[in-house]
Design a protein around this ligand. Structure first.
Ligand code: NAD
Length: 499
């Protein structure tokens, strides 16, 4: 039986995607479209509009015009709108999860994985609905006596350009739009050209929930043209970007001349530190699962650098290699399928290039090749394990974004912490041990924005972001929503003398 995702597309009644600008669904002004090719089969799935620089300009201007009125909306009404969007996402969750699988081939069985699901997106809107009346300032004691009363106010930063990658379109759409709207900002969002259909449906739900025209705008298209026009636009007050470090630096360059605000959620090379008191089978499954199940290592916080105490190193390497066989490729809508192909041909080539390099940098223990037969038309790569990888090797330092795990031994706790911190990234990290004192020592010492002890996940209310070159700023919770505000200090003269 040959693989096909076209039947699922037809069941979903997928229409050509359009742009949503100033309350209207429109085609791109140049008439350009992008054809989405499914990563598992190479089949053409559908088309959507490519926004020109002129379309981006209209979207940003609409957001600029809508800002003053939106900022005056009562907190109660903004909260209700966000809750309605969250409920509507829940009402459409099966459709949204399926669209996400049409986009990026996340196995549908993994749509149930919380952080990638429509449920998570709905929870993010709910969480932020609760923030609308909690963006409080402070009152401040004065240094110079009682002549002045000082207070601070949190105010919306303005027009937000939101740009998201292809690997988690549901969660990341919500992570940008919910806090921006809750804080009183207006938005122009661009999803990845490799995953736009779930985002298009979410944009429709945002409109249908009663969001006023101009407050939320949505453009699709390629990064280098549509995305660049958006980050370059002088009326964009803040860019919130999730994606690669390479494009993150472009965002900083583009916003620098206008002192534009920017927050960046970038990549990583997250370490998992394994001490000898763990269950070897469970740790092998956890380690290989990170790169072989779900999106096959195409996640920003996949723990792809496994540092293992020398006492259990050989055992863990052998067990982890055995676990490579647990991945099942196939039709992403089949409940038996556990693992995805790479998103596109360019990424396939890149990952195969790293595997080639890895053969001279370390010892190939499992995988390194591609499945054939019905799977040959897709971008599949078998789960791959390299052992004895020096920490300085490219496969230990660079984000591969594919099913490639590097294992290396350490001697003691200090050695493990040193190796973990020898990286230019700092997104996630974890420790596997049953010794709680050791776990807390390591959690404090490793330089990463989030840290797991014997497991790892993300939640809508938990700040998430990177140290070092993994990003700037946080998403989630108070730290996340404050990224969409400016802090104003107000001083009131109390006496007769103004100074
Ligand atoms: P990418 O950087 O290639 O693209 C991300 C987005 O930027 C897309 O929408 C793309 O169209 C757009 N873009 C590309 N060039 C642009 C330009 N010149 N100007 C403006 N926009 C442009 O990343 P990707 O391949 O879609 O996603 C994978 C990357 O995302 C990985 O590095 C991964 O670690 C990272 N990621 C980070 C997080 C996080 O929360 N830290 C979450 C998911 C993914």
């Amino acid at each position: 039986m040959s693989l096909s995702v076209l039947a699922e597309r037809d069941k979903l009644g997928l229409a050509d995607g359009r742009l949503y600008i100033d309350g209207e669904w429109v085609d791109g002004s140049d008439g350009d479209t992008w054809t989405h090719v499914h990563p598992a089969t190479g089949e053409e799935i559908g088309k959507f509009a490519v926004a020109s620089a002129g379309d981006v300009d209209r979207a940003v201007n609409a957001a600029h015009r809508a800002f003053d009125e939106w900022a005056t909306w009562k907190a109660r009404d903004r909260g209700r709108l966000l809750r309605r969007i969250g409920e509507s996402i829940l009402d459409h969750q099966d459709e949204l999860n399926r669209l996400q699988t049409l986009d990026n081939s996340l196995p549908l069985s993994f749509g149930a994985i919380y952080q990638l699901s429509a449920q998570m997106a709905a929870d993010i809107f709910d969480h932020h609905a609760g923030w609308v009346d909690k963006l409080t300032g402070e009152t401040l004691p004065t240094y110079t006596g009682a002549e002045f009363f000082f207070m601070t106010l949190r105010q919306p930063v303005g027009v937000v350009a939101a740009i998201i990658p292809w690997n988690a379109p549901l969660m990341l759409f919500a992570n940008k739009v919910a806090p921006a709207l809750a804080a009183g900002c207006t938005v122009v969002l661009k999803p990845s050209e490799y995953a736009s259909f779930a985002a298009i449906r979410l944009a429709q739900l945002v409109e249908e929930a009663g969001t006023p025209p101009g407050v939320f705008n949505f453009v699709t298209g390629e990064g280098a043209a549509t995305g660049q026009a958006l980050i370059d636009h002088p009326r964009v007050d803040k860019v919130t970007f999730t994606g690669s470090r390479a494009v993150g630096t472009r965002v900083l360059h583009a916003t620098a001349d206008r002192i534009g605000r920017a927050s960046l959620e970038l990549g990583g090379k997250s370490p998992s530190i394994v001490f000898p008191d763990v269950d070897i089978d469970a740790t092998a499954m956890l380690s290989m699962g990170m790169v072989s199940m779900g999106l096959s290592g195409q996640g920003c916080v996949c723990h792809t650098r496994v540092l293992v105490h020398e006492k259990i190193y050989d055992d863990l390497v052998n067990k982890t290699a055995e676990m490579a066989g647990m991945a099942t490729f196939g039709d992403p809508f089949d409940p038996a399928t556990t693992s995805a192909p790479l998103i596109n041909a360019r990424q396939l080539e890149r990952v195969l290039g790293y595997i080639d390099k890895g053969k001279s940098e370390g010892r190939l223990v499992a995988g390194g090749d591609r499945p054939g037969g019905d799977l040959a038309a897709g971008n599949f790569v078998n789960p791959t394990l390299f052992a004895d990888v020096p920490n300085t090797a490219s496969i230990a330092q660079e984000e591969i974004f594919g099913p490639v795990l590097a294992m290396l031994p350490f001697k003691d706790e200090a050695d493990a912490i040193r190796l973990a911190n020898e990286t230019s990234y700092g997104l996630g990290a974890s420790v596997q041990t049953n010794d709680i004192k050791r776990a807390l020592r390591v959690a404090k010492a490793v330089r990463s924005g989030s840290f797991g002890v014997n497991g790892y996940t993300v939640m809508p209310n938990a700040p998430f972001g990177g140290f070092q070159q993994s990003g700037l700023g946080r998403e989630g919770g108070r730290a996340g929503i404050e990224e969409f505000t400016e802090l104003k200090t107000v001083c009131i003269a109390l006496g007769d003398s103004p100074v």
